[in-house]
Design a protein around this ligand. Structure first.
Ligand SMILES: CC(C)(COP(=O)(O)OP(=O)(O)OC[C@H]1O[C@@H](n2cnc3c(N)ncnc32)[C@H](O)[C@@H]1OP(=O)(O)O)[C@@H](O)C(=O)NCCC(=O)NCCS
Length: 144
């Protein structure tokens, strides 16, 4: 498995399959996809895209930082979940933030994925909150 940078549009099919099943394709385009600081990472098994993660510069209302980065759209193909793809993508996202002088990587994590982020050193800030149509989330973060 190798990780490369990919265009935003290459993330949309996996986002739809894993994060927005049954929802329209437009729901997989995120507002910051083309932000100047946006980086989209793809994990590849040969020529097959098996995992994705995106990050871009964005402040978090609850966590002070000089150069905050937000992680979005972490998704691993169902056939490859639990085999280290997500951890490798998260480590690469931390590396990207670090290289850009980022001092915070934060995300709205699905509560079901909280343990995954904790295992990579992320902490929780605040209480569980609901994202309409998607479900319960936690604000999680790590200092890169
Ligand atoms: C959550 C997700 C990105 C994790 O990626 P992954 O490739 O399956 O995870 P990894 O195999 O790299 O797991 C790394 C560690 O986290 C653990 N882990 C993975 N998913 C977990 C979960 N949902 N809850 C608790 N622990 C989890 C693994 O057991 C492993 O633990 P270890 O350190 O003891 O070996 C992936 O399962 C996924 O796409 N899930 C569905 C979509 C989703 O919830 N995305 C996150 C949106 S916030």
């Amino acid at each position: 498995m190798r990780i490369t940078r990919i265009p935003a549009r290459s993330t949309w099919p996996l986002r739809q399959l894993v994060l927005r099943p049954g929802m329209p394709a437009e729901s997989c385009r995120f507002p910051h996809d083309e932000h100047p600081t946006a980086v989209h990472l793809g994990a590849w098994d040969d020529a097959v895209l098996v995992g994705i993660a995106s990050l871009h510069g964005e402040a978090c209302a609850w966590l002070p930082a000089r150069h905050p980065y937000r992680l979005r759209g972490m998704a691993v193909h169902p056939g490859r979940q639990g085999s280290g793809v997500g951890r490798a993508l998260l480590q690469e996202a931390l590396e990207v933030a670090r290289a850009a002088d980022g001092d915070l990587l934060w995300c709205n994590a699905r509560t079901g994925a909280g343990g995954f982020y904790r295992r990579s050193g992320f902490a929780v800030e605040g209480e569980v909150f609901e994202l309409p149509g998607i479900g319960p989330h936690l604000l999680m973060y790590r200092r890169p």
